[in-house]
Ligand binder design. Structure first.
Ligand code: ZN
Length: 139
């Protein structure tokens, strides 16, 4: 059989170098973001240059994994067959303590409980042997 079944959970495997490194860290249970070596600014999504100072000098740094809910939406229509039974589900924007904003989903937080500024902490859900998804639970 060629490729995954349509019902298989979509996995954000990327051939892109920087995105691939981001997901490798997640699979090791580490939420890492890039940090500029010249101005110390954290960034996400992964990219080669600092948006603040233009430097191309950076390194991966492990996040505290802690943040607060900045925003969310409730999805009522599954955009993939795998998620049909999970609707309505929330997609979060978490503002991490490091300042970057990260899109994810809650784990163990009912949609009705979601609140702006709710403190949350990353937790990794292993999807496959070589892939773990960063989700957020209440602190
Ligand atoms: Zn910079």
């Amino acid at each position: 059989m060629d490729g995954p079944l349509p019902q298989a959970r979509p996995i954000p495997k990327s051939s892109d170098h920087l995105n691939g490194q981001f997901w490798e860290h997640c699979t090791k249970g580490k939420l890492c973001f890039q940090r500029c070596l010249d101005c110390d600014t954290w960034r996400h999504m992964p990219r080669y240059m600092c948006a603040k100072c233009g430097s191309d000098q950076w390194q991966w740094k492990e996040s505290s994994g802690k943040g607060r809910i900045f925003s969310w939406i409730i999805t009522h229509q599954a955009m993939h067959p795998k998620f049909r039974d999970e609707t309505p589900y929330a997609a979060l924007v978490v503002e991490m303590d490091e300042g970057v904003r990260f899109v994810s989903r809650p784990l163990g937080i009912a949609n009705e409980e979601l609140a702006i500024d709710m403190p949350v902490q990353v937790i990794f859900e292993t999807i496959e042997d070589d892939f773990a998804l960063p989700l957020f639970r209440k602190m």
